[in-house]
Design a protein. Structure first.
Length: 209
């Protein structure tokens, strides 16, 4: 992801990728964002742009209001500064409406540019040093969910991701790292406000009243 975003900095859809990274939205949901969906503290998810054009959301659970983090706030504000006054879309194409096919094509071109080639001549490519990264638009969503699973309860993440089933959400809680386990132990210690005491004259440990 870091390599892709570095190459994508000159891409028209660089901010599109950043919104995916900081929101966990499906690409079709991100393409369907209008300026009025930005409510300051939350982002309204109400529509999607698919390869067939403007349409509804994938499921009823996909209709949601996700919190706008400081990182997402910064990106949304940067987008607004560059938009023409007459637009109502965050990611409009040259024809006015967002176009998911155009976004996908731009993404594939950027991904191809992550390959590294040994230079032979100015206009020709030599030996391939490093192939292009294996990466899809949905990897932004999956990475967001994996990161968020470290700090959110399953029901919270289920809502933010727009999942229909908690079983889908729980997949992101599999495979805890050592840091995650340490953090969990520290969090658990904070909810137990009592201390174990020792009853005088015996070896019996009790919890004081």
């Amino acid at each position: 992801m870091t390599k892709f975003l570095h190459v994508a900095e000159i891409s028209k859809y660089y901010f599109f990728y950043l919104v995916l990274r900081y929101s966990g939205l499906r690409p079709s949901e991100c393409a369907g964002l209008k300026l009025l969906d930005d409510q300051g503290d939350v982002l309204l998810i109400r529509r999607a742009i698919t390869k067939y054009g403007l349409g509804g959301l994938k499921t009823k659970a996909a209709r949601r209001d996700i919190p706008i983090t400081p990182q997402l706030r910064e990106v949304l504000d940067l987008i607004k500064q560059q938009l023409p006054l007459e637009t109502k879309w965050f990611f409009a194409s040259a024809k006015g409406m967002p176009n998911l096919e155009e976004i996908n094509s731009a993404f594939k071109r950027t991904r191809a540019n992550t390959a590294e080639w040994k230079k032979v001549e100015r206009k020709t490519k030599g030996e391939l040093i490093t192939p292009a990264v294996k990466f899809t638009l949905y990897h932004f969503r999956h990475t967001f969910a994996t990161d968020a699973a470290r700090v959110l309860r399953p029901n919270q993440l289920k809502y933010i991701m727009g999942h229909t089933s908690i079983e889908i959400t729980l997949k992101y809680y599999i495979g805890l790292t050592d840091d995650d386990k340490t953090s969990a132990a520290e969090s658990l210690s904070k909810i137990f406000i009592f201390k174990v005491g020792t009853k005088v004259g015996t070896n019996q440990h009790i919890c004081p009243k």
